[in-house]
Design a protein around this ligand. Sequence first.
Ligand code: AMP
Ligand code: MG
Length: 407
Amino acid sequence: MTDLLTVEDHRARVLAAVAVLPAESVPLSEASGRTLAEPVLAAHDLPGFDNSAMDGFAVHFADFEGTDAENPATLRVIADLPAGSSDDPSIGEGEAVRIMTGAPVPADADAIVPFEDTAGGLADSLGTVTVLRAPAASGVFIRRRGGDTRAGDVVLSPGERLGPFALGAAAAAGVDTVAVTRRPRVAVVSTGSELVAPGRTPGRGQTPDSNATLLAAVVARADADVELVDRIGDDPAGIDSVLARAARADVVVFTGGVSAGAYEPVRLALADRIAFDKVAMQPGKPQAFGVLDDGRLVFGLPGNPVSVAVSFEVFVRPALLALQGRASVDRPLARLTASESWTTPLGRRQYLPAVVDLVAGTVRPATAGGSGSHLAASLARAEAFAIVPAEVSTVSVGDPLDVMLIP
Ligand code: AMP
Ligand code: MG
């Protein structure tokens, strides 16, 4: 048991081998899911000018002194400002300007009266306006220049993923091109002479290759490009030919063939090039990782489908995000309470496929059969991994656990 690496040690080794991929400049329309390499600075103030927050009238606050519900102010409407207008009409005492949301507030006005607070509303609003509810204070319903961000301010920081909100923020800040890191190119290779393509009826001794499909999908969701998906048998000679086919990849992920059996092609072919270790986790104990002479990162994950899913989340996904220069490479954790009990192997940290109820704050196993790493179909029910510390052997109802959420 002492020869087991901790999850942290193995993960630290992996992350230490990662160098951030080079940056390139792309238009916002192509930047979705990319990682910023340089900050996005606001090109101008936002809002760019004081503007109206309501459809209504731009007024002088002072004109409402001494008015009340019995003696309302009636103002002469001397101009009309739709959104997009650049006019700045001067407003005398007792005058108002009709203004729409987003239009620049005239320099002479210091408050906005919404239509809702006038006698006539939108009807006849270009003649005079009788204000039933005077503005509460000077400045009401005016969105101030620079109230969101100032020219030169940092709107987005390096390491941020450009999701829809971030992309919208960059556009609002007047930016149309961003510096982002290149997407990692990943080759996914299943090993195993028993594997057949999904959809083919497996004969005795055969099983569908589900790892390749799973890995291609999770790689894409980690904002990386799937360069190659391949499947080879257990002849170690196949490893170097597939590495040649994956020449353009930054990362090669093998599944299967890394443990202690007699026919382990990844181990047999790569033992002198990458490290083969045992990690104190369940599932996922046998792990291989290294950097080839040409700089490609190589992962050898154990073949069981649940082991693949867990190993990807714990080691490969963080590496793919680190390659992109992502500031945070971790899944969100929730602290939830077990609503069922189960047993786990002492001395290894368990990552149990789990179902969560975030409203109730509870977690339970996704698979009735417990932690079987071969339960490829049952894995579909998992939406999280419950993390059980190595020193725990029984999880009881009511125990608090960290849970890795896989949204
Ligand atoms: P291995 O790590 O090669 O000893 O494989 C462990 C178990 O995982 C065996 O039962 C394999 O048949 C199964 N397995 C390996 N690769 C795959 C795959 N690509 N898809 C589904 N099951 C697999
Ligand atoms: Mg195998």
